[in-house]
Design a protein around this ligand. Structure first.
Ligand SMILES: NC(=O)c1ccc[n+]([C@@H]2O[C@H](COP(=O)([O-])OP(=O)(O)OC[C@H]3O[C@@H](n4cnc5c(N)ncnc54)[C@H](O)[C@@H]3O)[C@@H](O)[C@H]2O)c1
Length: 437
């Protein structure tokens, strides 16, 4: 199959590289000439484990190409994927579809022969109808089918997720499109990943329902964590105790500073808007969004509590800034409002993140960026684990104690056991576990 991938961001680049690895001929297109030039030189625009090798081997094999020229890539393709961004629209929280619509117009002008146009971007119900309308308005003569194929990969584990998905969702009622989609994903369902064929609107809504459900699960355990702290229970054990029930499942039950990242915040908001527009308000998701928003500043208050309210003029050191480990993505990371709240309280903030510091500079100000965890902890009155990067899981507490102003650890990811930290003479605060020291 000849595939054109429009948008070479997290999703477009990973999907394009994986499709090439399946044996398809893939051209990744992006408007960002700097990104394309870097990719041609073998430099990855994002940090994602394994991506550089996958892109390198498929580029050398001649199956993966990069260009800023959309038209030739589209005219040769059997399948054109739209993988451009769909951020929150400023002001109202609706998904901003301007990139999708623009891509549809450009694709329409270049289509030749029967082509499947697939929306991989996360888009509200009815976007496929609009893409189809735009294409037919621009090119009434063209033969094409517009399909929804939402992407479920997780940053940090994106290649594995793409190659071993729990399911592939394809929304279309066009038989030729179904055949082409089956051919594109054939290597995966030979590996027994189920392909779920639905109508287009259902596929579009599956993506939002999945993200809203996961965001709800996280927010649920976060509220249980708050209650556990008040009543002297342990949220880790509660999560295990409920997660072993197959009807509930153990994933996404880790209490922490609230969900963030490039998807859940914007997708939950966009789903609320779709609900309101269709007079089917989603009260549970509304509560999830509100609870999660309030949570991040509450985490800064947790730091303040560990310092007995004496934050002004003190140095607070943050370990981890990205919304989760193994990515450099800072979009809607919980660290951003946590930094602001600590600065509002008068703290001086130092921070270290293994991959995200360059990105972080665009989102926070007046932060001292450090070389490593120990450089970060130097002179700090509190050390805060914000993102659970592997390298923060076995810190040398004696060394930390010798360089910090005060031995205070606030562990927002529960990566330590209270008794272990206490043994080193630290004041320790975590999430959903009663303060033991
Ligand atoms: N990041 C994730 O983990 C993830 C997971 C599942 C789904 N999604 C969804 O996938 C979509 C893309 O997300 P992302 O994180 O990859 O976004 P991104 O911002 O990293 O990448 C989008 C890319 O599209 C390019 N672009 C925009 N308009 C273009 C055009 N007309 N022609 C060519 N290139 C164009 C931009 O320059 C950018 O490089 C979003 O809808 C997102 O919700 C993301």
């Amino acid at each position: 199959m000849r595939v054109a991938m429009i948008g070479t961001g997290y999703v477009g680049l990973v999907s394009g590289a994986c499709f090439a690895d399946f044996g398809h001929e893939v051209t990744c297109v992006d408007k960002d000439a700097g990104k394309i030039e870097a990719l041609k030189r073998g430099q990855m625009p994002i940090y994602e484990p394994g991506l550089s090798d996958l892109v390198g081997s498929n580029t050398r094999a001649g199956r993966l190409k990069f260009t800023t020229e959309l038209a030739p890539a589209v005219s040769e393709a059997n399948a054109v994927f739209i993988a451009v961004g769909t951020p929150s629209r400023r002001g109202d929280g609706h998904a901003d579809l301007s990139f999708v619509h623009e891509a549809a117009r450009e694709i329409a002008a270049a289509l030749e022969g029967f082509t499947v146009v697939i929306t991989k971007s996360t888009v509200p119900v009815g976007t496929g109808d609009e893409v189809e309308r735009i294409i037919h308005e621009t090119r009434p003569d063209c033969e094409c089918a517009v399909v929804s194929n939402p992407e479920f990969l997780r940053e940090g584990a994106a290649i594995r997720d793409f190659k071993l998905p729990d399911r592939i969702v394809v929304g279309t009622d066009n038989a030729r499109a179904r055949e082409i989609m089956s051919e594109i994903y054939r290597p995966l369902y030979l590996n027994r990943s189920p392909i779920l064929f639905t109508d287009r609107r259902t596929a579009e809504l599956i993506k939002y329902a999945a993200n809203a459900f996961l965001a709800t699960k996280i927010t649920f355990i976060n509220e249980i964590a708050d209650l556990a702290e008040k009543v002297g229970a342990d949220v880790q054990e509660i999560a295990r105790g409920i997660g072993l029930d197959n009807r509930i499942g153990s994933k996404f039950l880790h209490a922490g500073p609230g969900y963030g990242g490039s998807c859940f915040p914007k997708d939950t908001l966009a789903l609320l808007k779709t609900g309101q527009d269709n007079e089917a308000p989603l009260r549970i998701v509304e509560a999830v969004v509100a609870v999660n928003d309030a949570r991040k500043r509450a985490m800064a208050r947790k730091v303040s509590a560990a310092l007995q309210g004496e934050v002004r003029g003190k140095t607070v050191a943050l370990l981890g800034l990205t919304f989760k480990p193994n990515t450099d993505d800072m979009r809607d990371a919980p660290s951003i409002p946590i930094v602001t709240a600590l600065q509002d309280m008068g703290a001086k903030v130092r921070a270290y993140d293994p991959e995200g510091m360059e990105q972080a500079k665009q989102f926070v100000t007046d932060v001292t960026f450090c070389r490593d965890a120990y450089d970060c902890a130097e002179g700090a009155s509190a050390l805060v684990v914000v993102t659970e990067w592997e390298q923060f899981r076995a810190l040398d507490f004696e060394r930390l104690k010798s360089i910090m102003q005060r031995p205070v650890l606030v562990d927002l990811r529960n990566i330590y056991r209270p008794e272990d930290v206490a043994r080193h003479g630290f004041v320790y605060e975590s999430v959903g576990r009663t303060r033991k020291v």
